[in-house]
Design a binder for this molecule. Structure first.
Ligand code: CP
Ligand code: NVA
Length: 325
């Protein structure tokens, strides 16, 4: 195996937990697994292991990619919809975590509150992965970095501009980009900036790594000459009631052909999906040649296979070594 256990902890709750070294290990492993999958090679790395998917919100990509990731590594997955567990309602998060640890070898949780995914990790004996919380979306950003690596020979010195809402996706970008040597420019409407404490931590990371971090309210300035433009919905799951009120505020932050023309000619356009076409991104840009949103979606599968191989595979290797002694 990779020796990933030395650079990764038990869980993945935040991109802040992944050092540059851990990112390099996971991305390299993801590239290998993707190439092997395309060549028709099968794996039995997680044979007999089951991943519980505890979801409080809907999902297409996260659910499907984790289920298929387990299947392609020889294991299985069990999807528990919002109606089933009723985390924190029908029973407390700690009890649910302890019980699930007796059945499954890992848990992926999509929660409203980040503290719920943290509590699951605290009380579960098995690895817990954040499949999106109100604060972060680390698995998405892992797949996004894989997508960028496929497009650019080296990420060091490249610049990504994030335009839109200062949400969970941008929080994970803030933690991740210094580790791969990328500069980050963020343009949000006033009042919709990313969390100030996360920005402070990201500034420290950027200073350590010698990368740039710039926040503004000017989308045109943010995208000037960049290598990648990233956007996401103007309102996240759980904020549906703010949709109408946000439309006029976010309108100047739409990623359209006019804005994309200001980026570098070889720039890629990124979106984690689902997209609200005609709002944060136009059809023309989302369906255009520069857009890599479908690669990002596909790479969820490969990036998460790498993550599961390290988090679950190494634990079982340690477990079986202990059992055989
Ligand atoms: N990008 C993403 O996480 O998509 P889902 O919400 O469909 O899982
Ligand atoms: N920011 C979005 C991401 C969806 C994948 C949300 O939380 O709804």
């Amino acid at each position: 195996m990779d020796g990933g256990g030395q650079v990764l902890g038990k869980d993945l709750l935040s991109m802040a937990q992944l050092s540059g070294e851990a990112l390099e290990l996971l991305l390299r492993r993801a590239q290998e697994l993707k190439a092997q999958h395309k060549a028709g090679l099968t794996h039995h790395l997680l044979e007999g292991q089951v991943l519980a998917l505890v979801f409080q919100k809907p999902s297409l990509r996260t659910r499907v990619s984790f289920e298929l990731a387990m299947r392609q590594l020889g294991g299985g997955a069990l999807y528990l919809s919002p109606a089933e567990i009723k985390l924190g309602e029908r029973e407390g998060v700690a009890d649910a975590a302890r019980v699930l640890s007796r059945y499954a070898q890992g848990i992926v949780a999509r929660t409203y509150l980040h503290r719920d995914v943290e509590a699951l990790a605290r009380y579960a004996d098995v690895p817990v992965v954040n499949g999106l919380s109100d604060r972060e979306h680390p698995c998405q950003i892992l797949a996004d970095l894989l997508t960028l690596r496929e497009r650019f020979a080296s990420l060091r010195g490249r610049t990504l501009a994030y335009v839109g809402d200062g949400n969970n996706v941008v929080h994970s970008l803030l933690y991740a980009l210094p580790g791969v040597g990328m500069d980050l420019r963020i343009a949000t409407p006033p009042g919709y900036e990313p969390d100030a404490a996360i920005v402070r931590e990201a500034r420290a990371l950027a200073a350590q790594q010698g990368t740039l971090l710039e926040l503004s309210h000017e989308p045109e300035r943010a995208v000037e000459g960049v290598d990648a433009i990233y956007t996401d919905a103007w309102y996240s799951m759980g904020q549906e009631d703010q949709h109408e009120a946000r439309l006029p505020i976010f309108r100047p932050f739409q990623v359209n052909a006019r804005l994309v023309r200001r980026a570098s000619p070889g720039a890629v356009v990124m979106h984690c999906l689902p997209a609200h076409r005609g709002e944060e991104i136009t059809d023309e840009v989302l369906d255009g040649l520069q857009c890599v949103a479908l690669d990002q979606a596909e790479n969820r599968l490969h990036a998460q296979k790498a993550l599961l191989a390290v988090l679950l595979g190494e634990r079982s290797a340690v477990g079986s070594a202990a059992a055989s002694t």
